[in-house]
Design a protein around this ligand. Structure first.
Ligand code: SAH
Length: 334
């Protein structure tokens, strides 16, 4: 079985798929994401989106789409910022959630219970195209299924999953175009991600707007096996117990930027998450939250700030890229 098929089934199989059966987040779960670490993350991004919407001339109505919204925490934090600082934006928004997991849809509906203009989608085709689009995805692109190719003494082979859940190497008609690959080196291609982004670029072109993507990844094309599985906050072998661990791969941000350029979509960044959040004044946000906080809470805020921005934590490994079309944005954070 090709690796992308394996990943697709392990994460998305209707009965056994990892995301389809559970809420994987938090201390009791398998991993923690930036919006779950602190409200500061969603708040400074919410403020960025308010600014972007103002730069668009405050269109009403407009669509706000989140891809892979997890527990709905990021969207809730962004909408709270709008309700406080931009009620006109809150009045203009139609919220859309792209989510395949029935369990997480329920969780998101609970988180966003205060809002009555939220619609769920299983793919992009049902998201309305009749107004400008603002879009966000945090740790979404890393969940899309990848293919891996390995250079051998006899040329390219594709890595696949064989009987007994072992990696095997198979003949492939689709070898990657990388030059100078050395035997043993692995390169990753992500057709599902490329296809998804093409659809996003078409939407941005047709509707006008801005999209923001945050994920772990790299900014220069490079060799390496980045496939990983997390269970109970620990790395586990990728092929072990399919459906029981979160499987992800790092995002090649240079490939995203190149694909955007090829269709005349403007790229903002990529920058590191640390640079991005500092550019959005996350430190000032932390200080503001600390004013009314107890000593213990202040310590938590300080720890969360470090986790989100420090280069030993998420600050350097995570990257951020924006794409826009139809407007000249001066986007803070980049
Ligand atoms: N953005 C959230 C969750 C990240 S986990 C956060 O930062 O906390 C990945 C999310 O993407 C989950 O909600 C998962 O169910 C969803 N997802 C993964 N692959 C998907 C796909 N192909 N279509 C729709 N949703 C998907």
């Amino acid at each position: 079985m090709r690796l992308d098929r394996f990943m697709d089934l392990a994460l998305g199989h209707p009965v056994h798929g990892y995301y389809m059966t559970r809420d994987p987040f938090g201390r009791a779960g398998d991993f923690t994401t930036a919006p779950e670490i602190s409200q500061m993350f969603g708040e400074v991004i919410g403020a960025l989106f308010v600014e972007i919407w103002r730069q668009m001339g405050a269109p009403s109505p407009f669509h706000l789409l989140e891809c892979g919204p997890g527990r709905g925490t990021l969207m809730a934090d962004m909408l709270r910022v709008m309700s406080k600082s931009a009620p006109d934006m809150l009045a203009a928004v139609n919220v859309h959630m792209l989510e395949m997991s029935p369990v997480l849809k329920i969780r998101q509906a609970e988180t966003l219970a205060a809002y009555n203009n939220v619609t769920w989608h299983e793919d992009l085709s049902t998201v309305p195209a009749d107004a400008p689009l603002l879009l966000i995805g945090n740790e979404f692109l890393d969940a899309l299924p990848i293919r891996q190719f390995i250079m051998t003494e006899d040329g390219w082979r594709e890595r696949a999953v064989g009987a007994g859940l072992q990696f095997v190497e198979i003949e492939t008609p689709d070898a990657p175009l990388f030059r100078g690959a050395k035997p043993g080196e692995i390169y990753e291609l992500v057709p599902a991600r490329a296809k998804f982004m093409q659809e996003i670029f078409k939407r941005l072109q047709a509707q006008g707007g801005f999209s923001l993507w945050l994920d772990y990844g790299y900014t220069k094309p490079s060799a390496g096996d980045t496939l990983q599985a997390l269970r109970g906050h620990k790395y586990v072998p990728v092929l072990e117990d399919p459906g029981q661990a979160d499987i992800t791969a790092h995002v090649d941000f240079s490939a995203l930027a190149a694909a955007a350029k090829a269709v005349d979509i403007y790229s903002h960044g990529p920058v590191t998450q640390g640079e991005f959040l500092r550019g959005l004044a996350v430190e000032a946000r932390a200080a503001a939250l600390s004013v009314k906080a107890s000593a213990a809470q202040q310590e938590d805020i300080e720890k969360a700030l470090r986790r989100l921005t420090h280069s030993d934590e998420m600050g350097a490994l995570f990257k951020v890229i924006g794409f826009s079309s139809g407007y000249d944005f001066n986007a803070p954070g980049f």
